[in-house]
Design a binder for this molecule. Structure first.
Ligand SMILES: [Zn+2]
Length: 105
């Protein structure tokens, strides 16, 4: 199965504490169906002072969230997009926005 969300997409968070926020996908982990989104899902982690570590104590960093918690925002019409797929003549499979009909890739 092809994951609909990819790196550099802009997504809208629809569940969890960051609901309503939007951000750009930094990394996608298709195997886990998870994505890392800029500015979304900050978690606090404790880090020990150790040689080479830039920072000790509590640091906040982004953690991956499940793709079902977000929807893709169409890069063309900026609406939450229902995604379709279309096969181009050159064999590429591209995503299309069912709202405006434009190719998202
Ligand atoms: Zn669109």
């Amino acid at each position: 199965m092809t994951m609909k969300i990819r790196k550099n997409d802009t997504v809208l968070v629809i569940a969890g504490k960051d609901r309503g926020k939007r951000g750009k996908v930094r990394f996608a982990y298709p195997k886990d169906e998870r994505i890392m989104v800029e500015g979304i899902n900050f978690i606090k982690t404790h880090s020990r002072a150790r040689r080479g570590a830039r920072q000790a104590g509590i640091i906040e960093r982004e953690a991956p969230i499940h793709v079902s918690n977000v929807i893709l925002l169409c890069s063309q019409c900026d609406h939450p997009a229902r995604i379709g797929f279309r096969n181009l003549e050159d064999g590429r499979k591209v995503r299309i926005c069912r709202s405006c009909g434009e190719i998202i890739d």
